[in-house]
Design a protein around this ligand. Structure first.
Ligand code: NDP
Length: 391
């Protein structure tokens, strides 16, 4: 009998809770806990089987430990924010429970995400005979697994990887982010970075772009960003010479972002306002649409995948693995947009493989360190079918 504790009841938490509830043979008992318990109750209300709901501030390790001791989960899923990664890993260590998340840690006062803080827990998790699975969403997550799958089945050596992420959907709002606005804007306003010939090369934010012809979506302008899966893939894909990450943005989105940046609304340093300390980006988050609310009007598709170039049997080979996800279909199935859906489904699958002991190890792992085949099968079964094409 498996019990999971899901922390976080936002756009992605909703999908994870619904998808776990749909696989009752694995997820026999579910507790959904978050800072605002009303959001957990609303999600629980929409399910066709009962789950437990709790209020918890996951930054408070003692409070989380008390909840874990009471509910006795086999696995904690962190579907809150990257800031909660380390407090929840501390709670997992203290109680001897496995851990999974979808985004790597970043300190609240510095817009910088890196695996070093979480990789540093490896020995302590190993000594406790527990497992942490990091970055099990879509990107990071499925993109890493596409790389592991290509390395296992299609190449003797992969030389270049371009991860390409297109949201060709339209939600009808002038400006909104598809997942947590604070985390999203911190990510895309950072300097861009890619890895080539053993070195990281940094570029000004949004200073490199190119047209990419996305399968089933068409040509779109994509910008080179730094994305966290590059850091672990450089370590785990042998023979790699270059890895880059490209994401599409519409002109309207970029214009809004530029204006917001120019007037200081994306800053993370507190400013004094009428006797209060306010972080501009947090205030902006309060004004922007809740990503969870975008699904109702969203039309169009996402196309996210990996383009590979390498060698197989002495011949140069180029190919792509990708998934297409339709916003309106996601909304009909789970009341979410495709970005929340493509993140939540892989988190459920990663949790399932851990609970079934198909993916197992003591310590801290990235998803590409495990056999990609069962994960790829489950993607087809649970709503994220993938395709592979020559390039
Ligand atoms: P939301 O902002 O919609 O939801 C976050 C949830 O976490 C909210 O319910 C929030 O509570 C809760 N929360 C925040 N702080 C705490 C805390 N201290 N204790 C308990 N609960 C807390 O975000 P999303 O659902 O859009 O994103 C969730 C995660 O998914 C993020 O980490 C994001 O980076 C990641 N992500 C990963 C992707 C991938 O492909 N790998 C893609 C997209 C997102 P409250 O309601 O009170 O604010």
């Amino acid at each position: 009998m498996s019990r999971v504790l899901i922390i976080g009841a936002g756009g992605v938490g909703n999908v994870v809770a619904r998808k776990c509830a749909g696989v009752a043979e694995v997820f026999e008992e579910i507790c959904l806990a978050s800072r605002t318990v009303a959001k957990c109750q609303a999600i629980a209300h929409a399910l066709d089987r009962p789950i437990r709901v709790e209020q918890v501030d996951a930054d408070d390790v003692a409070r989380t430990v008390a909840l874990i001791k009471d509910f006795r989960p086999d696995l904690i899923l962190n579907i809150a924010l990257p800031y909660q990664d380390l407090p929840l890993m501390n709670a997992a260590l203290e109680t001897g429970v496995d851990y999974l998340d979808t985004a790597n840690y970043e300190p609240p006062d510095e817009a910088k995400f890196e695996y070093k803080w979480q990789w540093a827990y490896h020995d302590r998790f190993k000594q406790k005979n527990i497992m942490a699975l990091l970055g099990c969403g879509f990107d990071p997550g499925v993109t890493n697994i596409f790389c592991a799958y290509a390395a296992k089945h299609h190449f003797d050596e992969i030389h270049t990887i371009d991860i390409v992420d297109c949201n060709a959907g339209d939600h009808g709002k002038a400006f909104a982010t598809n997942f947590n606005p604070e985390i999203n804007i911190r990510e895309i306003t950072q300097k861009g970075k890619y890895w080539q010939d053993g070195k990281w090369i940094e570029i000004e934010p949004m200073s490199e772009s190119k047209m990419i012809d996305f399968p089933e979506v068409g040509p779109r302008k994509a910008y080179l960003l730094y994305h966290e899966e590059e850091e672990s893939l450089v370590k785990h894909i042998k023979g790699l010479k270059r890895i880059r990450f490209w994401m599409t943005f519409g002109d309207e989105y970029l214009t809004h972002l530029r204006v917001l940046q120019n007037v200081g609304m994306t800053g993370i340093e507190p400013v004094e306002f009428e006797g209060h300390q306010i972080v501009p980006l947090k205030f902006l988050k309060a004004l922007l649409p809740d990503p969870g609310s975008l699904g109702a009007t969203y039309q169009g598709k996402t196309c996210i995948g990996c383009q590979f170039e390498g060698v197989k049997n002495g011949q140069t080979k180029k190919m792509m693995i990708y998934n297409i996800c339709d916003h309106a279909e996601c909304y009909r199935e789970v009341g979410a947009n495709a970005v929340s859906y493509t993140t939540g489904v892989p988190a459920m699958i990663g949790a399932k493989l851990m609970l079934e002991n198909i993916w197992r190890g003591d310590g801290v792992f990235n998803v590409e360190q495990f056999d990609p085949d069962p994960f790829m099968q489950d993607l087809n079964q649970y709503g994220l079918p993938w395709k592979e094409i020559p390039l």
